[in-house]
Design a protein around this ligand. Structure first.
Ligand code: C5P
Length: 268
């Protein structure tokens, strides 16, 4: 990433049309038999939804702005993204207030690469959709990465981009599930799910721009999905998995913060 830092809260100032899926780069690339688009000519953008309140971490700043080792989670996450060789552009959805946007702009100002800030929405799904609508036309691969997965190794980012470039329309990093998982009704168990068929899902999740745009256009805003791949599944399109990483865990609770501090100390 060598471009100068570009910060904008005005999509019209720097971005293409809100629904610009039929880009110059994509114009001849129709979906193949697996429902994916061919890619390889456009740029790679990463959307980072960071507009959540993160109440499970306890009272205080929005989760993405909580500090880990002296820096907000968001800064850790974006720093990794801008160092990924395959990533060209990072768009962060900030808490949807003037102060929220200004604060995120300030935090990202010293990072290298092309980083932009937009105001997020009421739900994660809405925050992603708002950021997606601002992407420049020449981005044909879009990743979505939770700021709360602040310690995700760069290799996971590269593996997701590579799988999309390889022809997958939607890609998610996953890990096997260590615990036995049961379905319950109140305090009674109703079923034990076969663990061998389960995977814990992480981010970044990667998509051709066309598929992610279609998935969000078809999504029901009153039933927000917890991840973007779920919206693609709802369209009946395939989602491919790649290996995730233990350090890509979502920092959600105070215990997760303790764990994250330990991971960071070991890295330093
Ligand atoms: O609440 P949850 O952990 O599922 O949030 C996942 C990510 O979505 C977080 O990074 C959070 O900041 C983001 N989010 C958002 N806009 C919202 C709610 C959550 O960008 N309205």
């Amino acid at each position: 990433m060598s471009r100068a830092v570009s910060m904008s809260t005005d999509p019209a100032a720097e971005a293409g049309p809100a629904t610009g899926t039929d880009t110059g780069a994509d114009a001849e690339a129709g979906p193949d038999a697996t429902g994916s688009d061919t890619t390889g000519r456009g740029r790679v953008a990463v959307i980072v939804p960071a507009a959540g309140k993160g109440e499970r971490l306890g009272p205080g700043a929005p989760k993405a702005l909580r500090e880990l080792g002296g820096f907000p989670l968001l800064v850790h996450a974006v720093r990794t993204l801008v160092t990924a060789r395959s990533v060209d552009l990072v768009v962060v959805a900030a808490p949807p207030s003037a102060e929220g946007v200004a604060e995120v702009q300030r935090l990202l100002a010293d990072l290298p690469g092309d980083t932009r800030v937009v105001a997020g929405g009421d739900t994660r799904q809405e925050s992603v959709a708002l950021a997606l609508a601002t992407l420049p036309e020449d981005c044909d691969v879009v990743l979505v990465h939770d700021a709360a997965r602040a310690l995700t190794p760069v290799d996971v980012v590269e593996a997701v981009v590579a799988a999309v470039r390889d022809g997958a329309g939607a890609v998610i990093p996953v890990l096997p599930v260590a615990d036995t998982i049961k379905a319950v009704d109140a305090d009674l168990v109703t079923a034990t799910v076969d663990r061998s068929t389960l995977r814990a899902v992480q981010t970044p999740q990667g998509f051709t721009r066309d598929i992610l745009t279609k998935a969000h256009a078809a999504a029901d805003p009153t039933l927000p999905a917890t991840d973007d791949a779920g919206l693609v599944e709802a369209l009946g399109l395939p989602v491919r998995t790649v290996p995730g990483h233990a350090e890509a865990f979502k920092i959600t609770t105070p215990f997760d913060l303790v764990l994250a501090e330990a991971v960071l100390r070991r890295r330093r």
